[in-house]
Design a binder for this molecule. Sequence first.
Ligand SMILES: Nc1ncnc2c1ncn2[C@@H]1O[C@H](COP(=O)(O)OP(=O)(O)OP(=O)(O)O)[C@@H](O)[C@H]1O
Length: 641
Amino acid sequence: MRQTMEDGVSEVLSSVVEDIGEAVTRNISGAQILHELLSAPWLHALLKIYECLIQFQKMKPNPFLPYASGLSYEIMTLIQRAPHPSPEARELFGLLSSPHVQALLSSHDSVAQEDYLPVLPPLPDELPEDEEAMRIVCLVKNNQPLGATIRRDEETGEIYIARVIHGGLADRSGLLHPGDLIVEVNGNPVVGLEPAKVIRILTNSTGTILFKVIPNSTQVSSNQKPVYMRAMVDYCPRKDSSIPCPDAGMSFSRGDLLEVVDQSDAQWWQARKLPCGASFARLIPSASTLKSKQREHWWCQPLHVHTCMRPLASAASENEQTSGDDKSMTGEEQCVTAMLHTDMHQWWRLTALLPLFPQKWTTLKTLKLVDEADSDFTEGIYLAGFRRSFHVWKRTSFKKRRQSCSSCSPNSSAMATPYEEVVLYQRPPQENHRLIMLVGASGVGVNELRKRLIKLNPSTFQGPVPHTTRPMREGEQMGREYHFVTKELFEYMVCNHRFVEYGESKGHLYGTSFDSIDEVLKHGRMCIVDAESHSIPILRTRKLKPFVIFIKPPSPERLRQTRKNATILTNDAVSRPFTEEDFVEMEEVSRLIETKYKQFFDSVLVNDGLQDASMKLCSIIHQAQNEPQWIPVNWILSEEQ
Ligand SMILES: Nc1ncnc2c1ncn2[C@@H]1O[C@H](COP(=O)(O)OP(=O)(O)OP(=O)(O)O)[C@@H](O)[C@H]1O
């Protein structure tokens, strides 16, 4: 009968309940109470658990021996001592000494010896009356931060879990949640304590930490999918006075890829930097928080100490603190202020820099056309280009651009977005190639690399054919060197925003049109353009999906060494060796371009040796076209979306 009971207690009970049910109908005294008791769902649930436990006890595997790792060690010693171990013995030695097998044997021994750590402390004897609402949480700290922040209710002095960091110890335990009220930590009552003191208790605890918490009854489970963002600004939490917990913050620079894992808080998100190294997330300002900071800063004078932000000391008033290391923050300047000032500062420096290079920043009157020298005809390939002449045009019109520099304010351009949502994109074979855009300081070798690339494989790579109002010369063909157009047509195209870049030289207009780029792409070729860095936002369209490669000078020594015998074209179309001033300008302008536009760079190529740089450029372009790349999400959304 005992065996039968163990095997199917609930079945036996059912037949007993049936018998008693009959007794009830016959009105036997007490039968009703017994019937109710035996048919109660909780009793049936308990019996089900009992049955499961009995089943488990029967199936429980017994270890063959409790010290498998000891046996393995003995075997390995024997093989080692053998004068001529057989190949099989050597293979066995290799297998047994591999870290995975060793870890497996060690785990086996722990289970066999029932060595289950940690041993949880007994439940406290005096449980409060509202025991139902209390949760005892025991975590093992293992040198890692708890991954939660706390805050104090200023009115009641109660300490709450403010935030649980994604992937951290508290999050992985699943036992602590935002809004949980902490009653005790390791037996110390915490209500009324300064948050810093609670942090100290947590920081000083090693091994197990015992929390007594009253769970937040209004918990909402957040099961968010990660969103990927490219940072368009720099950020440093230790210098941001508004971050609720600087220790939990994450710094990032323009162009960094971020995996945003939690957006439940409108002001502070949780994110990891890609490629993913950290297992747990950190705090970053939300897009709206960063935007409001940008607005604040924009109205403040650049190059002046920013006064709109609260001083660092006020951050402590929020009392949200990390349970990680309790590092003090003293005397830092405000990072976001510094970041935005840098942006504006670079702009001001750029304008200040122009007069330093008078022979380059000429007026239109002294402009010399470099069209003839740049229009290069080699082995039947036409490589018309006039980037230098464009440079001159742009530089001369800089004054005008400077007057309208509000157009580059954080509110009105691509620079206004603190984060750009991105997705991994692999070009489908039937779609056009992505536009390849080379940018860099004048003289760094952008045009040289572009020309070499096209010469290397003219059936694959091609530049767009520029438009000009200059008359066609002998030997030239319409649409080969240039699209020769009238001034009226050119101006009409300008008015209709058909040019990516255009300029005037020697009384003639030159320009690269969107249509000529389309023309190359339509024929299945890869279109390579060398353009000014400020054209990047104009070219960043869903249709062209440009892949931007920044060409950077090598180290100062290598720059001077590699360009020893190279020449550059002056504005008078004279070829002359590089001067020290050219090198200094190139380095300075490169730095400025990088500071202002690095968030748009998909790749950076150092132009050291020409041969090597050309090969690297080929391989970067191959990857850009054939391997998945991060692109703005709105480049793949349909027009309606
Ligand atoms: N890695 C290199 N080693 C040696 N010489 C180089 C290297 N890269 C470029 N050069 C030389 O430097 C000179 C300037 O290069 P290039 O004309 O390509 O400059 P750029 O960046 O297009 O500037 P710009 O638009 O003002 O012409 C050329 O004579 C070129 O051959």
